[in-house]
Design a protein around this ligand. Sequence first.
Ligand SMILES: [Zn+2]
Length: 265
Amino acid sequence: MKKSIIQGIFIIALFFSIYGILSMVDWISFFKIETITEKSEAKIGDLFWKMFQENEKENKNAYLNHSIDSIIDKICFANKIDRKIVKLHIVNKAEINAFALPGGHLLVYSGLITHSENQEELSGVLCHEIGHIALNQVMKKLVKEVGISVLISMSTGNTGTQVIRETAKKLSSTAFDRSMEKEADLKAVDFMIQAEINPLPFADFLNTLADKEPEDLKYFSWINTHPDSKERSKYIIEYAKGKSFHKKSILHSPTWEKIKKDIQE
Ligand SMILES: [Zn+2]
């Protein structure tokens, strides 16, 4: 009798401790992320990119594309990032914006290049977006925004154009979690330092854009989707402080000047 009571208590204790351990695991996000394979992510990214291609005008200027690609080459090489995962697309649009789609598609609007005072500012935004890609945050954001089932049906080709359009829009016009944004910012500083790019102009860029008049803000999508620019600027400066690094320009000055000229045409 006594033995069976002890056995009973033991079983109950065992049950609760297993339950306790299991409940500590974040199963939802574990399964949500794991069920989306790399292949599915690539498929979803291609769908989104196709949609943008149909609606936006891609800038095919070879010199421009090659030059921006060479900035990305340097960032990836210096940080041991597989270069193939970042696929650059320059889109002719006045908005200051850049964002990553699933599968490493990185869209850069011409307005961002036009409004970058120097190549370091542009490199900072590129590093931030490459940070979102390298930290695998793009799919995490989508899972949170639209749910796993929508994404799975998208990867199997079972979604209508409207859903694809609305989901893709979330990537161009909404922010990641504040913690993810900060993570991508600090990653960007690390990437820049490794690639011998001065990170301080990136902080200046955020600071300057934060001071723009509200009526201009419709052009500043990247700032709208990335709030608290002043605060970001401060923690970027703080994080970079005390880190020793070389400051080199990736592109020669004439190349940067030609880019700025070409982008106006
Ligand atoms: Zn971001």
